[in-house]
Design a protein around this ligand. Structure first.
Ligand SMILES: [Mn+2]
Length: 316
């Protein structure tokens, strides 16, 4: 069995769509595959999306299964049932592990800087000349994943391939012109209804990257300024309970900006080394929407700051 799966922390709409739509393609090609995850779904998988006729498979991996990893390539972040030695294929758009997988898998590792991993899955369907057979729910899932991961085509990683894939898939799925606004509005309502749940469902540990705050929570909403204005204290309190070195990256699609809320002067210092931002207390507003994976790319490219030698005055 080919087990098509993703990360351990949570599934977002991109990972969810990729698992379901790629397992469907493999099955159509005569390769038995299941879309499987043990991770919780985050708020990007909105109520409308959950109402579509699409599900992960109820399947428990067994010895001898092979694994296909979608929208993740960091071995520390895989779903815990994944057997590293049995990974057959990786399709992802996060930076950092391209070389590792190219050495292990050669061309079976497909890691590209592109707006959504869902676009890479769309390209597989297209290359297989199978798009006329894609189910409406898989087309709708992939299209919505592209909307989300490209920040409605405003994200800096968006490519012409993402835009083209959305157009083709939205037509196949009969999505209306109002779907983007409807979808993002639904996501914001879900986040506001359970703010701490949304924070914990989209929080990543970045401890392997010393140039970044140790924890980064991210949310993509229609109006992040308003959300932070209304819920600043609750967000602060919940994140502070997770430690002192953290960032909330709230992406605001209405204004195409990122709102950053940082946990401490250490967190702000790390971020200011990567991006020229002006802090007002713990808050900074970036003039464009920046995704966590873009920030990760900057952090990986920057030199690691040497740990300060002990301060003599403090010792004496
Ligand atoms: Mn993604």
């Amino acid at each position: 069995m080919r087990v098509v799966t993703s990360g351990s922390a949570y599934l977002d709409i991109d990972a969810y769509a990729c698992c379901i739509a790629y397992a469907e393609l493999l099955n159509q090609q005569g390769i038995a595959a299941r879309a499987v995850s043990s991770a919780p779904l985050n708020t990007s998988i909105s109520n409308s999306v959950l109402g579509w006729d699409a599900r992960l498979d109820d399947y428990r991996p067994v010895a001898g299964d092979e694994y296909v990893l979608m929208d993740v390539s960091d071995p520390d972040h895989f779903d815990p049932f994944v057997q590293l030695a049995n990974v057959r294929e990786v399709i992802d758009h996060h930076p950092g592990f391209e070389h590792y997988w190219a050495q292990r898998l050669g061309t079976a590792a497909d890691i590209q800087p592109i707006g959504a991993a869902a676009t890479l899955v769309f390209l597989r369907w297209e290359a297989a000349e199978a798009l006329t057979h894609i189910s409406p729910h898989s087309a709708a899932l992939l299209a919505t994943a592209i909307l989300d991961n490209t920040l409605n085509f405003t994200g800096q990683m968006t490519t012409p391939q993402d835009t083209r894939a959305y157009d083709v898939l939205a037509r196949r799925a009969n999505l209306s012109a109002e779907w983007p606004q409807c979808y993002f509005g639904e996501c914001q309502a879900a986040i506001e209804a359970d703010l701490t749940g949304a924070l914990s469902a989209d929080m990543k540990r970045m401890t392997a990257t010393p140039n970044l705050p140790q924890r980064i929570a991210q949310m993509t909403v229609w109006d992040a300024g308003e959300l932070i204005h209304q819920h600043h204290a609750a967000i602060d309190q919940w994140l502070a309970a997770q430690g002192e070195d953290w960032l909330l990256n709230a992406i605001s699609l209405r204004e195409c900006k990122s709102y950053w809320l940082a946990g401490s002067s250490l967190s702000r210092h790390k971020l200011s080394r990567l991006v020229d931002v002006e802090w007002q207390g713990s808050l900074a507003v970036l003039p464009h929407g920046m995704q966590r994976k873009e920030l990760l790319k900057l952090a990986l490219a920057a030199p690691v700051e040497p740990v300060n030698a002990p301060d003599k005055a403090a010792c004496c």
